[in-house]
Design a protein around this ligand. Structure first.
Ligand code: DC
Length: 215
């Protein structure tokens, strides 16, 4: 059997993962999966059902039972409801780290991510644990990083209703949670290329990754 062509892009919030992963996938003609949107979708579904985001068993059941579709244009549909905007909002963003720390949720989403690749024969996946846990044998693993103030400035530009200090504090809180959680914390996977995007444009980042792919 031929190995699926998987490109894993991991890194903290605001490192440029989503933009880079989307553009890279387009440029090599494969599909792209934003796995952070999947964790956000679970948080959205749990909150909608009135389940506490810290309740491991309750949230795991939500993850296992929900229907989730993420279309090519980024539309996220959870149990038939368009959640595209709400999953990026402050309420879901506050709840998502707790949800992503639940082992049962991770197990369910990792299995959906592997199924997504199996159906397509490959793709670009971005998240926190793609190169370390989901696809440790990925053809190429990239760890995108950037200085904290640069990441906060990028996020503040995206979410126009929050000021820089609020965004920076939220990023620091999520970094801490993602890096220090017990299950599948954010870390540089074995064999991953560490790419600091602080002083690079998107085009330059894509160029570096394309070069690594061709090497
Ligand atoms: O990339 P993002 O900000 O949309 O991710 C949302 C949350 O999901 C974030 O707190 C980290 C978590 N996450 C994860 O634990 N594993 C992934 N593969 C992707 C995201």
């Amino acid at each position: 059997m031929t190995q699926p062509l998987v490109i894993a892009i991991d890194g903290p919030a605001g490192s440029g993962k989503s933009t880079v992963a989307r553009r890279l996938a387009e440029s090599i003609g494969v599909e792209y999966l934003d796995t952070g949107a999947m964790y956000r979708a679970v948080a959205f579904a749990a909150l909608r059902q009135g389940i506490d985001p810290d309740h491991g068993a309750g949230v795991t059941a939500v993850a296992q039972e929900m229907t989730l579709e993420i279309s090519g244009d980024g539309t996220v549909t959870v149990d038939g409801i368009d959640a595209t905007t709400e999953i990026r909002g402050p309420v879901v963003t506050r709840a998502v780290s707790a949800v992503a720390a639940i082992p049962g949720v991770r197990q369910e989403l990792v299995s959906r991510q592997r199924e997504w690749v199996r159906r397509r024969g490959g793709g670009v996946l971005e998240g926190r644990d793609i190169g370390s846990v989901v696809f440790p044998d990925a053809r190429l693993k990239i760890y995108l990083s950037a200085r904290p103030e640069i990441r906060a400035a990028r996020r503040a530009k995206e979410v126009t209703d929050l000021d820089y200090n609020t965004v920076a504090a939220d990023l620091a809180r999520r970094d801490d949670y993602d890096v220090n959680r017990v299950h599948d914390p954010l870390r540089l996977a074995d064999g991953a290329v560490d790419l600091d995007t602080s002083d690079l444009t998107i085009d330059e980042v894509i160029e570096v990754i394309r070069g690594l792919l061709d090497a």
